[in-house]
Design a binder for this molecule. Structure first.
Ligand SMILES: [Zn+2]
Length: 226
């Protein structure tokens, strides 16, 4: 009997440790009708238009922002924050670490993460704890650095706003990708403004299908660790 109890405790502790050890996510719980909208690469002038649409629909999104753009757009960054959206780290310079071959790669990944963090913290007063490395880079070196600094790495379940197609085709693809726990990737950049033409109707479609739109940390039930 004692052996069974000890074995059960051992597996319970191991299971808990596993749950807390997860730091990489690309979708949320597949049992709840909740999804997240995420916007990468801002802030810039296009962000203002997105904020207006989100406000009209009373929807909160998650913005993975670039440190280098915060520098010249601190007011837009503050507006994202004061509108109640979640601000997450997309690193400082948007380096593609899949192609980065220099010997200092690990150091650069860490610097990019921390420089992005500092400027977000100095601008909004709140340090981010979610990171999406550019191009969804999530190899072991990035995972270890994220872990070291108390971050969760967030990728996406669907996104196509950088591909060649009409706004109508794009809208259809996003609608088809709607499912429980979806994390949608979009960009708030002038070259990706096609999404602006359907963002409002996409939000209506999501809500009309019975889904709630929440921030990534709410979708995944994640809390700040650092
Ligand atoms: Zn990006």
């Amino acid at each position: 009997m004692i052996k069974i109890i000890i074995t059960s405790i051992f597996f319970f502790v191991r299971a808990c440790a596993f749950v807390h050890a997860q730091i990489f996510y690309a979708y949320g719980c597949k049992d709840l009708e909740k999804v997240s909208l995420t916007f990468d690469d801002g802030p810039c002038e296009s962000t203002k238009k997105i904020l207006k649409i989100l406000k009209n629909h009373n929807v909160k999104a998650t913005f993975f922002i670039l440190g280098i753009r915060v520098k010249n757009n601190s007011n837009i960054t503050k507006a994202i924050y004061s509108d109640g959206h979640e601000i997450a780290n997309h690193t400082y310079r948007h380096i593609n670490f899949y192609n980065y071959k220099n010997i200092d790669k690990t150091t650069r990944i860490e610097e990019e993460l921390l420089q992005g963090e500092v400027i977000i913290k100095n601008t909004t007063g709140t340090p981010p704890f979610l990171v999406r490395f550019p191009y969804g880079y999530a190899k072991a070196d990035a995972i270890n650095i994220a872990k070291k600094h108390g971050y969760y790495i967030i990728n996406w379940s669907f996104g196509c706003d950088w591909k060649q197609m009409t706004a109508e085709e794009m809208h259809e693809k996003y609608k088809k990708a709607l499912k429980k726990g979806a994390i949608f990737l979009m960009h708030d950049l002038p070259k990706n403004e096609k999404i602006l033409s359907f963002l409002s109707s996409f939000i209506c479609y999501i809500k009309g299908s019975g889904y709630e739109i929440v921030t990534v940390s709410e979708l995944l039930n994640l809390k700040q660790q650092h």
